[in-house]
Design a protein around this ligand. Structure first.
Ligand SMILES: [Fe+2]
Length: 390
């Protein structure tokens, strides 16, 4: 990219590009991105100067383009102009279109296109760690639909750690880094019995429940024990459509959750439907089995139960569940903030059932996605703070 002409205004400048197009940059934005090694640490890209020391009364003394078509600005008090490389400016321009496209390879949630579990794509375990395209497709699909399904993994311990380590690290929770799920004589959670487990998220009792879960089937030889997944976001959207007032109640009334966790007392109260600052669905904190005493204002009690009963009915409705049976060597990777999981009862005296579960942070999914995008050569404009020559 090269600058064709610059038009200074009172608080911003306009650049016409030789290649076509026009972009505006505020002086305060340019001052905040001073391409100078006294301003940014060259190794880490971290800022070195306190913002309040330079953000006020930002007006350049001179603005021009140099012989390479880059931008030069002389700031008050500077001995020489600062050079803003044209390609860096272009990559980091902040038009509405470019803002919308930033980090676009991390997709927004979409409704499931599947009618049944047979239609769910399978990702080959052997390829994911070695082939960037296979890893990218898995994570892209996971981010879009809230879950992804992997087959061909060994029917042995160690698989869930491999996934978490591929992303970065295991997020250890109160149960430890990896949890074995099988019928156990001493249990603190219904998952460790042979009873059925209704649709729920894990970690409802955490201030910030864990996001990414890998559920790996090692053995599934017992009668029963089939699984279900429910798209909590989709059911919440349906609730909002049929009964907006019920939806509002569930975004507002705080529900207490607690789980058995040995010596620990892990509990938290929060609405069943959590929204982010933009009002988009952020988490479906639904775990009826871990719900504790309802402690809400008198006037909320009946409204809450009416809304919660309707939501529970919808979550458990067959048309909102996707039913499947795990085979040994299969792994379900799911967004625990969106996807509810369930299990039928099984008969432990008819065979062995053994699953392993590990947890990771969504940050590490996105981190791996960025690295894969870079490997695949699709990374043109990740926001480098110090511009490099092309
Ligand atoms: Fe669970």
């Amino acid at each position: 990219m090269q600058i064709k002409s610059i038009t200074p205004h009172e608080r911003f400048l306009t650049i016409d590009w030789v290649e076509g197009g026009t972009d505006n940059f505020h002086y305060v934005w340019l001052r905040d991105h001073l391409p100078d090694t006294t301003f940014f640490d060259t190794d880490t890209g971290e800022r070195l100067i306190d913002a309040h020391t330079y953000l006020f009364d930002v007006a350049p003394e001179d603005v021009s383009s140099d012989i390479n078509g880059d931008l030069e600005i002389t700031w008050p008090g500077a001995d020489q102009p600062s050079c803003y490389l044209a390609h860096w400016l272009y990559a980091n321009r902040y038009t509405n279109d470019t803002l919308a496209a930033r980090d676009a390879f991390i997709p927004s949630p979409e409704a499931w296109p599947y009618q049944s579990f047979d239609e769910v794509p399978r990702y080959d375990y052997a390829k994911i760690f070695d082939e960037p395209q296979a890893g990218f497709e898995l994570l892209h699909n996971f981010r879009t639909y809230g879950f992804a399904f992997i087959d061909g993994a060994p029917a042995a311990v160690g698989v869930v750690e491999n996934f978490a380590n591929w992303l970065g690290y295991v997020r250890e929770v109160v149960f430890g880094p990896v949890r074995d799920i099988r019928s156990e004589p001493n249990y603190d959670n219904v998952a460790f019995t042979s009873r059925d487990v209704k649709p729920h998220i894990d970690g409802s009792n955490y201030i910030y429940p864990y996001e990414v879960q890998f559920l790996h089937c090692i053995e599934n030889g017992a009668e029963g024990g089939d699984s279900d997944v429910v798209d909590g976001f989709a059911v919440a959207e349906k609730l909002k459509a049929v009964d907006p007032a019920a939806f509002d109640v569930l975004t507002r009334v705080k529900v207490a959750y607690r789980i058995g966790a040995g010596e620990h007392d892990l509990r938290h109260s929060a609405p069943v439907i959590g929204l982010d600052r933009e009002g988009e669905l952020h988490i479906i904190r639904f775990s009826n089995q871990q719900r504790r005493v309802l402690s809400v204002p008198f006037d909320d009690v009946e409204a809450f139960y009416a809304a919660y009963g309707l939501f529970s009915q919808m979550i458990n409705a067959p048309e909102n569940k996707m039913h499947f049976r795990f085979a040994p060597g299969e792994v379900l990777m799911f967004n625990n903030h969106r996807i509810l999981h369930a299990r039928d009862a099984f008969k432990p005296d008819t065979g062995r059932r053994h699953m392993q579960l590990a947890t990771a942070d969504m940050d590490m999914v996105d981190s791996r996605l960025r690295l894969l995008v870079r490997q695949l050569g699709r990374n043109d404009d990740l926001d480098l703070v110090l511009p490099r020559e092309p």
